[in-house]
Design a binder for this molecule. Structure first.
Ligand code: ZN
Length: 269
């Protein structure tokens, strides 16, 4: 048995980039640990979604627990930082937010978890956090520090395969049913330079068999999947196709996709 630790910024981030590899690891008899840095208090949410007196952070903690159950996570750890919001906002100046936290101190906390778990593999984000959100960039910084302090065998940067997504969105923009969603996502991919080009990746894991449960885990984050969200609009078949693979860059090795297994980085596909 190996131990996979996935480090994420907000409740719901665990689904998009790593739900598949976590479900696959669990199915293959490994231990799966999710560490979420912040409370997601700055997210947007549709009106009427909160119960009376409930805060968004409380709602999102329940959603994360439901998602963790669907994915089959063995241990969920919350680091308890406040969501940092976007750059230049007041939330980003809040001393209790993750962006303002001392990276070394946060890394020591994550290192302690890696030690407790005798972790083998750690996933973080790429150096621009996938799309530039401060909490995602901080996950990268803190994750690298913690992984190196602990001396973990493998640190993977989970990311989107920008080339593949652009191709899919271009194709989808010809389809009436979700042309608008596809065009919107395509412009976001370009504007924020989301993810990484395929040439920089090292690992592509086929997670298509878990796409039903991955979709369920998305929906568990009710406050983040508004009725008009693209996640709901994309037909099930297309979702399966779009999220058939999860992509990673293993730090410290040359670029080029060569493996389809986080636990076997050199399996030469
Ligand atoms: Zn996030």
């Amino acid at each position: 048995m190996s131990v996979l630790v996935c480090f994420h910024a907000h409740p719901d981030d665990e689904v998009m980039l790593t739900a598949g590899v976590m479900m696959k690891a669990k199915r293959d008899g490994h231990r799966v640990v999710l560490v979420t840095a912040t409370d997601g208090a700055c997210g947007e949410y549709p009106p009427g979604i909160l119960a009376e007196g409930e805060t968004l952070a409380e709602k999102r903690s329940k959603e994360l627990e439901a998602s963790a159950k669907i994915i089959g996570i063995d241990r969920l750890v919350w680091l308890g930082y406040r969501d940092s919001g976007m750059m230049g906002t007041q939330d980003n100046e809040n001393p209790s937010c993750f962006w303002q936290a001392d990276a070394q101190e946060a890394a020591d906390r994550l290192k302690k978890i890696l030690e407790e778990e005798s972790a083998d593999v750690l996933t973080i984000y790429d150096d621009h956090g996938g799309y530039g959100h401060p909490d995602h960039i901080q996950v990268h910084r803190v994750g690298v520090l913690a992984g190196e302090l602990f001396g973990i065998k493998a640190i993977y940067e989970a990311t989107l395969n920008r080339d593949r997504f652009l191709e899919m969105m271009k194709a989808a923009s010809d389809l009436d049913e979700f042309a608008e969603v596809a065009r919107e996502f395509q412009s976001q991919l370009e504007e924020f330079e989301m993810g990484q080009p395929e040439s920089l990746l090292t690992t592509a894991v086929d997670v298509s068999e878990f796409s039903g449960a991955k979709r369920e885990a998305f929906f568990a984050h009710e406050s983040q999947v508004a009725p008009d969200s693209w996640v709901r609009k994309i037909p099930e078949d297309y979702f399966k196709f779009a999220f058939a693979f999860e992509y990673f860059t293993l730090r410290g090795v040359p670029a080029g996709i060569r493996s389809n297994d986080l636990f076997d980085p050199w399996n030469q596909i």
